[in-house]
Ligand binder design. Structure first.
Ligand code: UDP
Ligand code: MG
Length: 324
């Protein structure tokens, strides 16, 4: 490990023309500060990942890249979602830097936590999670859904750090290992702990979005939770098996009961109870088939081995770098 690591700040951007002109200089300033204090190498960069935005985001990134060699950008060929955008940025950066810090571009995550992250790296940690200390400023609904999301994930066996999103420092060693995780259904929050290495957390307060609006409504949060669970855990399958065993036991008792009643000659018409049982069993079976079907769908997508991101453009490298 060298003393002054080269840092790449990886910033996914999707339709962020309102907020990018405000936050981009903040990222640049942070790099300059850290470099001036001798914490990171002056060759450190900000790497914007344009996730197929339909507004002026890419033009803004290109203009930033012209303005200073500190800013670089790549563009995905279409919108693939936040996780894929972050992964594209990390994989792009992994061979040209010592550490990456991924952060959203909306100014919600406190940039000052980066100082502590870099310090933790210099102390020997290879993974540093940025954890929100409180969510006072989120609405009750957002806070409740987000916290339930972490509880559900942990309960389902996906090991995630509570209240940690995708603000984290990774060393190039971790990135090289992460690159070997070839799954298409990616959920970085769950995958990084699986890579291992020495890790720690730094705490920060999460602010409100500076401008623009959230791209994560409840529907997308549920989809992300579902991806997280199915990509990391087979617990729902175990639960189905357990439910199957339980229902089989109950049915067995039912059969014995029915046989005894029949032998005693006290059978009655019993139409209602049969209908109830049939409906109940039908419902359970469909539910179980649905969950199993979801996993098979995921297996289907994985077997296709489609690329997880396609980079269509890169900001041109500054001339001075080209000669190196
Ligand atoms: N983002 C992205 N692709 C998407 C949606 C979002 O790259 O399809 C980026 C977005 O530009 C932002 C980050 O992911 O930098 C987090 O999104 P957002 O702030 O909308 O989510 P929230 O903070 O509300 O969960
Ligand atoms: Mg946000």
């Amino acid at each position: 490990m060298r003393n002054t690591p080269i840092l790449t700040i990886v910033v996914p951007c999707y339709n962020e023309q309102d907020v990018l002109p405000i936050t981009a200089p903040l990222f640049g300033q942070k790099l300059a500060d850290l470099a001036a204090r001798g914490k990171i190498d002056p060759a450190s960069r900000v790497l914007f990942v344009n996730d197929g935005s339909r507004d002026q985001t890419w033009e803004i990134i290109c203009a930033l890249a012209q303005q200073s060699p500190r800013y670089t950008g790549i563009s995905q060929s279409r919108n693939r979602g936040h996780q894929n955008a972050v992964l594209a940025g990390l994989m792009e950066a992994k061979d040209s830097c010592d550490i990456t810090i991924s952060i959203d571009c909306d100014g919600q995550d406190d940039l000052n936590a980066m100082d502590e992250m870099v310090d933790a790296y210099l102390d020997g940690c290879e993974v540093v999670y940025g954890v929100r200390s409180k969510r006072d400023r989120d609405s009750f609904f957002k806070r409740f859904t987000a916290e339930s999301f972490y509880r559900l994930l942990n309960w389902m066996g996906a090991e995630v750090v509570f209240n940690h999103a995708d603000y984290r420092l990774l060393s190039s060693r971790v990135l090289q290992e992460l690159a070997k995780f070839e799954e298409v259904n990616i959920f970085l929050r769950g995958m990084v702990p699986l890579v291992g290495f020495k890790s720690t957390s730094v705490y920060y307060e999460r602010a409100e979005r500076i401008a623009g609006k959230s791209h994560y409504p409840l529907r997308k949060m549920l989809a992300l939770a579902f991806d997280g669970i199915t990509s990391l855990s087979v617990k729902p399958m175990h639960m189905i098996s357990a439910l199957g065993v339980l229902i089989a036991l109950i049915s067995f008792v039912g059969i014995v009961w029915a046989a005894v009643e029949a032998l005693l000659g006290s059978t009655v018409v019993g139409w209602a109870s049969i209908v109830c049982i049939v409906c109940f069993m039908g419902g359970i079976q469909l539910l179980c088939l649905g969950v199993i079907g979801e996993y098979i769908g995921k297996i289907y997508l994985e077997t296709k081995r489609r690329p997880r991101y396609i980079i269509s453009d890169r900001t041109p490298a500054p001339e001075s770098d080209a000669e190196e």
